[in-house]
Design a protein around this ligand. Structure first.
Ligand code: PMP
Ligand code: GLU
Length: 385
C-alpha cells in the first residue's frame, strides 16, 4: 500500500517549514477558514453538558435524524435510521465500505482522475483498482462507453466523487443518468458516490446518483463535514446506504474504532440542522479564488487547465515540461515537476500520478488570496528564469 500522497506532501512541506524554509502549502485539500461560530458553540455546549461516554457505534440517534433531514432537504433522498452510519471521517466510511463489500480480486472501477485514497483503500481490502480514463478535453469526465468497456464479471464497486477531487469536475444530472443507464444493467455493482464537496459547487446544482429510483438500492452516498464546514480535524463522515450495507459497516466499525467522537457528533447535529446558506460565504470565497488562480495560471506557459466547477482544486496538465531541463534539473514526470516546484518555487503541490493522471499536478486553492498570488508568482519565476 502506498503512503497517501496528499498527506506525504503536506508532511514534507511542514518539515521544510520547520527547517526555516518559507513554503506555501497548496498540497492539502483543507479549507483555510475556521469552524463557523454556531458550530463551535454547539461543541462547547456539549462539553459543558458532560458528553463524554462511548457513543453508539453507528452514531447518536439525534445525529442520524439530522442526517436524514439533511439528505431529504438537500438531496431529495429518503433514508431510515438503519440506513445511516456515522464514522470518523468520510475516509473511514470509505474504508468500511471497501472492507465489507470487497473480496480478494474484486474489481473496483475508478473514473480517473480519482481521489488518491480510493485505490489504496480498495487494495487494502483485497480489491483491484481499475481506472476508467478521461481527458482534460472532456472536462475529466468519463463516458458511458468507457464505463461499460471497463466492466467485467469481477466488477464489484465503482467509487467516484462529484464535485471531483482532484479535477473539480461536476457531473450534471443528465451525465449521471447516462452512467446510471449502464450501471443499472449490473445490479451487483455497488456505486459509492462520494459527495463530500457537495456544497462547494459553483454551478449551484448538485446531483446524487441515489436520486434515480432504479439506482437507489445499488448506491451508497458518502458525505461529511470536513470540507463544507471547515471541520477537517473534527473527523465526522457518514453514509446513507441500503440497509444490508449499513448493517455490515456498523459491525465492521464496532470491531475497529467504535462510534465517532462524542463532541464532534454533537456539533455536527447543529452544523447539519442549519441551512447551507450559513456557509455560503466560504463557497463564495472559493469561487473568487478559482477565478483568480485560473487567470494567474493562464499567464504561466505550459499549464493547460479545465474550468473546475466545484471543490477547491485545479488540476493542470503540465506535460509540456516533460523532457525539458530547468535550472539543471531534468523533468520527466509530474512527480519531478511537483518536486521541482517544491524545491525551486517553495510551493507544495501534489503529483497527478497519485490521482491516476500522470500528466497533471493538483493545486489546492483552499488558501488565502495572498498565498495563492505569491505562489503563482514564484511558480512563474521558477519556470521562466
Ligand atoms: N473523499 C474525498 C474526495 C476527499 O477529498 C476527502 C478529503 N479528506 C475525503 C473523502 C475524506 O474526508 P474526511 O476528512 O471526512 O475523512
Ligand atoms: N482530502 C484532502 C486532500 O485530498 C485531505 C488529505 C487527505 O485526507 O488525503 O488533500
Amino acid at each position: 500500500m502506498a503512503t497517501s500522497a496528499t498527506l506525504a506532501m503536506a508532511a514534507k512541506a511542514r518539515e521544510l517549514r520547520e527547517e526555516g524554509k518559507d513554503i506555501i502549502g497548496l498540497s492539502l485539500g483543507e479549507p483555510d477558514f475556521t469552524v463557523p461560530d454556531f458550530v463551535k458553540e454547539a461543541a462547547i455546549q456539549a462539553v459543558k453538558d458532560d458528553f463524554h461516554a462511548y457513543t453508539p457505534v453507528d452514531g447518536y440517534g439525534d445525529l442520524k435524524k439530522a442526517i436524514i433531514t439533511k439528505f431529504r432537504r438537500d438531496n431529495n433522498l429518503i433514508f431510515t435510521p438503519a440506513q445511516i452510519v456515522v464514522s470518523t471521517g468520510a475516509k473511514q466510511s470509505l474504508a468500511n465500505l471497501a472492507m465489507v463489500l470487497l473480496n480478494e480480486g474484486d474489481e473496483v472501477l475508478l473514473p480517473a482522475p480519482y481521489w488518491v485514497s480510493y485505490a489504496d483503500i480498495a487494495k487494502l481490502a483485497g480489491g483491484v483498482p481499475v481506472e476508467i480514463p478521461s481527458t482534460i478535453d472532456s472536462d475529466f469526465k468519463v463516458t458511458p462507453q468507457a464505463l461499460e468497456a471497463a466492466i467485467t464479471p469481477k466488477t464489484k464497486m465503482m467509487i467516484y466523487s462529484s464535485p471531483c477531487n482532484p479535477s473539480g469536475s461536476v457531473y450534471s444530472r443528465e451525465e449521471l443518468r447516462a452512467l446510471a443507464d449502464v450501471l443499472v444493467k449490473y445490479p451487483n455493482i455497488i456505486i459509492v458516490s462520494d459527495e463530500i464537496y457537495e456544497h462547494i459547487n459553483f454551478t449551484g446544482k448538485h446531483a446524487s446518483m441515489a436520486q434515480f429510483d432504479d439506482m437507489y438500492e445499488q448506491t451508497v452516498t458518502v458525505n461529511g463535514v470536513s470540507k463544507a464546514y471547515a471541520m477537517t480535524g473534527w473527523r465526522i463522515g457518514y453514509i446513507g446506504a441500503p440497509e444490508w450495507i449499513a448493517r455490515a459497516c456498523n459491525k465492521m466499525q464496532g470491531q475497529i474504532t467504535s462510534g465517532a467522537n462524542c463532541i464532534a457528533q454533537r456539533a455536527t447535529i447543529t452544523a447539519l440542522e442549519n441551512p447551507p446558506s450559513k456557509i455560503q460565504y466560504m463557497v463564495d470565497a472559493f469561487k473568487e479564488r478559482r477565478t483568480m488562480i485560473l487567470k494567474l495560471l493562464s499567464e504561466i506557459p505550459g499549464f493547460k487547465t479545465n474550468k473546475p466547477e466545484g471543490a477547491f482544486y485545479v488540476f493542470p496538465d503540465i506535460s509540456y515540461y516533460f523532457g525539458k531541463t530547468l535550472r539543471g534539473k531534468q523533468i520527466n514526470s509530474a512527480s519531478d515537476f511537483s518536486l521541482y516546484l517544491l524545491e525551486e518555487a517553495t510551493v507544495a503541490t501534489v503529483t497527478g500520478e497519485a490521482f491516476g493522471d500522470p500528466n497533471c499536478i493538483r493545486i489546492s486553492y483552499a488558501a488565502s488570496e495572498a498565498d495563492i498570488k505569491e505562489a503563482m508568482k514564484r511558480i512563474k519565476a521558477a519556470l521562466i528564469d
